[in-house]
Design a protein around this ligand. Structure first.
Ligand code: G1P
Length: 344
């Protein structure tokens, strides 16, 4: 029998965003990873927009170091949302982060990893009252949580980053659990026993314990999974979002703009060629620049350079070289160090 659909106004979203963003250094030395820009806003802005679209009203953010940046961002951009904060002072793993939100969650919980932008068919995922975990088939699942299923698409086993994955179905970072009490109980048991995998209290292990105790969890196939964990994937996610939302032609006098691009209305573009796949933040200035497949953050100043596949931090300044040359016939000079410049 098909049960009623989930009433999302009863659900609390828990979004862990305390991770250090090690693979995105140096940017994450000065800013939490989720505040790095992709397309027209920070990663966290996209995640919160998704939560809003779903109709979830209560949000808990599990925050880590540099959390004051998060508070400031929420205050200036998402003041209308009902957000509570829980600090995670020691990074003991995703399971530990979620457990810290226990006192703020009453009914069903939706956990969404704060550094992952998902293109989910929410209507379908919540069309039945059943627990689900978002999964997707990947070539090499060893750096993810992995699930095994029965013939009806329900999960029979979960493993965190197995050396020999039994399937190619990776956990993408979206979890819906009706009986949050049971989830918190399993997390608590693992914390008390100090049951860790790869040195961390894992959400995957607590969900495995729930399944062992006969909880049924469906594997919901997610098509669009856009990771922001390292430079290449951040740029890939930027490309996806620009293609989807910013593919219209745009004119800036004195420059050439090749869509898709996002250029903040307060950015200044002078004598440059911008795009495709470029995002430029507020008050950034570009002069004599050719740039593609890149993100330029707020207040950065870039001049006299050809750039691709680059990430320029907040308030950074980069002024390239100008040359004077008197080049003989048939000479070859390649200063780029790249043989094939077609990197896209
Ligand atoms: C976490 C989860 C893992 C999941 C992954 C998705 O791992 O523990 O099961 O597959 O997110 O991105 P992390 O990337 O935090 O190591």
């Amino acid at each position: 029998m098909v049960k009623k659909k989930v009433d999302l106004s009863d659900v609390t979203a828990v979004i862990p965003i305390a991770g250090m963003g090690t693979r995105l250094k140096p940017h994450t030395h000065t800013l939490p990873k989720v505040l790095l820009r992709v397309a027209d806003k920070p990663i966290l802005g996209h995640v919160l927009d998704n939560i809003k679209k779903m109709g979830i009203k209560k949000i808990v953010l599990v925050v880590g170091q540099m959390r004051e940046h998060i508070y400031r961002y929420i205050d200036s951009h998402h003041k209308s949302l009902n957000i509570e904060y829980v600090p995670q002072n020691q990074l003991k793993g995703l399971g530990h982060a979620v457990y810290l939100a226990k006192s703020k969650v009453k009914g069903p919980v939706f956990i969404l990893l704060g550094d992952t932008i998902l293109d989910i068919n929410f209507k379908k995922a919540f069309s039945q009252k059943r627990d689900w975990i978002g999964v997707r088939e990947v070539k090499d699942p060893r750096r993810f949580g992995v699930v095994e299923l029965n013939n009806d698409g329900y999960i029979t086993k979960l493993l965190e980053k197995p050396v020999q994955p039994p399937t190619n179905l990776a956990i993408v970072g979206a979890y819906y659990v009706e009986n949050s009490k049971h989830l918190f109980k399993c997390l608590e048991e693992n914390i008390k026993k100090n049951k860790t995998t790869r040195g961390e209290i894992q959400l995957t292990d607590a969900l495995q314990l729930m399944i062992k105790r006969n909880e049924k969890i469906y594997a919901e196939e997610i098509e669009g999974w856009y990771d922001c964990g390292k430079l290449e994937t951040l740029l890939g996610t930027n490309r996806f979002l620009l293609d989807k939302y910013h593919n219209k032609s745009k004119k800036i006098s004195g420059s050439t703009i090749c869509p898709p691009v996002y250029i903040s209305s307060s950015a200044k573009i002078i004598n440059s060629v911008v795009g495709p796949y470029v995002s430029i933040g507020d008050k950034a200035v570009l002069e004599n620049v050719v740039i593609q497949n890149s993100i330029v953050n707020k207040k950065a100043k870039v001049s006299n350079i050809v750039l691709s596949s680059s990430l320029i931090g907040y308030n950074a300044m980069f002024n390239g070289l100008k040359h004077h040359i008197n080049l003989g016939d048939s000479s070859v000079i390649n200063l780029s160090g790249i043989d094939d410049d077609n990197e896209l």
